[in-house]
Design a protein around this ligand. Structure first.
Ligand code: ACO
Length: 328
């Protein structure tokens, strides 16, 4: 059984910062409403010249440098995203931009759970001895898919990218995980395809269209997160043979401060162990966990050997938790 370690992190965000006051010029809202209901104060938005693969590549370069390897050492690249530049996937573009010519590359779509699902996927390849060096990126630009006239969703999201490097390691730092999906609640949160019938010739009609902007039942998603995430974390802790007291950091998908607080409260994890940076980035979907992780690591708050419980949750519905110790 090969040991697994997460040895590097990196992140990248667009430079344009849009605060709540600026949004109140666009839709009927206020800084007070957004801040008190979500904890979000500002978010970064990508300009038309910035591609998803460009910010994903930047985040990846930072993670690779921290891990102390070269792009050519990477065996596999997983890009967790729901807003790829190309519907066929953007991981290969990132591979080319990095010059990671040996790496196999593919996209993984699991919305806001994408990073945790990617982490577990990457861990299996190392565990089985198939690959030694894996780059996992979580990147999203939901600004492309938000209805900017819908105040109930447009205030929530921001753009960004985060990445980690997982490596085969003498010491095993991977402690446990649990993943879940429930398609019966699929209509709570969607960027759904909408097409119109187009008759090619008699007897052959196909559909042509594009994706409809984000639709969300906010209260349903809130209830789902607060109920299901503590359950899945408890299951992962059980698998890791750990108690809540053994957790140094709770690193949740940065959806909403009230969701973070409620989950931490249910798990009896004190606020000082709960990582939160959504005030400055909003909900960056698959990017939110590695973005927050990278910030804490670079500020020296997360130290080698610290035990981190991470959990993603979102559209699908999908949710999951993974537990690991930071560093080699
Ligand atoms: N500014 C001002 N008023 C608003 C805004 C806004 N931006 N958005 C909605 N409102 C209004 C509504 O129209 C409603 O008005 P009404 O009572 O006159 O109809 C009122 O505020 C209350 O709306 P609710 O939807 O009941 O507000 P709620 O307290 O549920 O808060 C929120 C909404 C913040 C979205 C909450 O439901 C939530 O946090 N849900 C979780 C969703 C989430 O985090 N999604 C992220 C994506 S999913 C993921 O990452 C897991």
């Amino acid at each position: 059984m090969t040991g697994i370690a997460i040895t590097g992190s990196g992140s990248a965000t667009p430079t344009l910062a849009v605060d709540n006051h600026m949004l109140s010029e666009l839709v009927e809202t206020s800084d007070e409403w957004i801040a008190s209901r979500t904890g979000i104060l500002e978010r970064r938005l990508a300009d038309p010249q910035t591609s998803l693969s460009a910010i994903a590549t930047m985040a990846a370069q930072n993670a690779i440098a921290m891990a102390g390897i070269m792009p050519i050492d990477i065996d596999l690249i997983i890009l967790a995203t729901s807003s790829a530049d190309d519907l066929f996937g953007s991981a290969c573009q990132v591979q080319a931009e990095l010059g990671a010519n040996r790496a196999v590359a593919f996209d993984l779509t699991a919305a806001c759970s994408g990073f945790v699902f990617g982490l577990v996927t990457a861990a299996q390849y190392i565990r089985t001895g198939v690959y030694q060096n894996i780059l996992l990126i979580g990147a999203d630009m939901l600004s492309r898919w938000v209805d900017w006239s819908d105040r109930s969703t447009c205030v929530l999201f921001g753009d960004g990218a985060g990445a980690v490097v997982l490596q085969a390691n003498k010491q095993d730092r991977w402690l446990g995980f649990e993943l879940r999906s429930d398609g019966r609640q699929n209509n709570s949160l969607n960027i759904a395809y909408q097409g119109e019938a187009k008759e090619l010739f008699e007897g052959a009609t196909i559909s042509q269209g594009t994706y409809h902007p984000v639709t969300m039942n906010g209260q349903e998603v809130y209830r789902f997160a607060v109920q299901k995430v503590p359950e899945v974390i408890e299951k992962a802790l059980y698998r890791a043979n750990l108690s809540v007291e053994g957790v140094d950091w709770l690193l949740l998908h940065q959806a909403n401060q009230r969701i973070l607080d409620a989950i931490a409260h249910r798990l009896k994890i004190p606020p000082e162990k709960v990582i939160s940076n959504l005030a400055h980035y909003g909900n960056t979907s698959a990017a939110s966990i590695p973005l927050a992780l990278d910030e804490q690591v670079r500020q020296g708050k997360i130290k080698p050997g610290d035990t981190i419980v991470t959990s993603g949750f979102g559209a699908g519905l999908t949710w999951g938790a993974a537990i690991f110790q930071w560093g080699r």
